[in-house]
Design a protein around this ligand. Structure first.
Ligand SMILES: [Cu+2]
Length: 245
């Protein structure tokens, strides 16, 4: 979607309980904000749908959407995603690759501590024993590397719809923070860093020059978050920037 667009998003509820969708960071009319506990915005009953319709009045940027009804349960079951308002002038921008990473954490049950094996497991959304930490729904080594070529300018969009703060660290490079919560930062005010804490509810757009060939970790710096189910081996919220040329 682009600034100025009129959008209609029909949300079907296939869950066994009511839900809603909140357009996190978008300046929508109150009834479209998706918090039925306190707003006129409806709870969507099982088997029903609701049409969220609004005009995009935000500038281009990185945002999210997530359930906002029975929130503690539904968000920690993973009912969230990324939402990007595109720039109609993006053909003029010098970014060569544009990656979007949603970072989350889950309490998976049915696996003993230290155990990781293929299968389908349940999540206890109300548990504090968070044992799987994901990027786009996957834990290392099953995350996707960010492929780059030497000489390219890379954008990485980070979005955290989950429960905890994740300090995301990039090896071998420094990045500029070019946008925060979907708002671009003037070039004179951009911080240059290699680690950025991404709190629950935040999005950041980072840009870096791919000028140091190799395979470089990109990961949450909290040690426990680099594990799968309390195992010692590298796992969790961990991927790589991988030069392919
Ligand atoms: Cu973390």
């Amino acid at each position: 979607m682009y600034p100025g667009d009129y959008v209609n998003i029909r949300v079907y509820n296939c869950l066994p309980e009511s839900t809603s969708v909140h357009w996190h960071g978008l300046d929508v009319p109150n009834i479209m904000d998706g918090v039925p506990d306190v707003q006129a915005s409806p709870a969507i009953k099982p088997g029903c749908y609701f049409d969220y319709h609004f005009r995009i009045i935000n500038p281009p940027g990185t945002h999210m959407y997530h359930a906002h009804h029975n929130t503690a349960k539904q968000e920690m079951l993973g009912l969230a995603g990324g939402l990007i308002i595109l720039d109609p002038n993006s053909d003029c921008l010098p970014v060569d690759r544009d990656y979007s990473l949603i970072i989350q954490e889950f309490a998976v049950i049915g696996l003993e501590h230290g155990m990781v094996k293929l299968g389908t497991y349940n999540i206890n959304p109300l548990s504090d024993d968070l044992n799987f930490f994901t990027i786009n729904g996957r834990s290392f080594p099953y995350t996707s590397p960010l492929e780059v070529n030497r000489g390219e300018l890379i954008r990485v969009r980070l979005a955290n719809p989950g429960d905890q703060v994740h300090p995301i660290h990039l090896h071998g490079h420094h990045f500029s923070i070019v946008a925060s919560d979907g708002n671009s930062i003037h070039p004179c005010s951009r911080l240059r860093k290699n680690t950025i804490p991404v709190a629950s509810g935040e999005t950041f757009d980072l840009e870096f020059a791919a000028d140091n060939p190799g395979v470089w970790p990109l990961h949450c710096h909290i040690p426990h978050h680099m594990s799968n189910n309390h195992m010692k081996q590298t796992g969790g919220m961990f991927t790589t920037v991988m030069y392919i040329d």
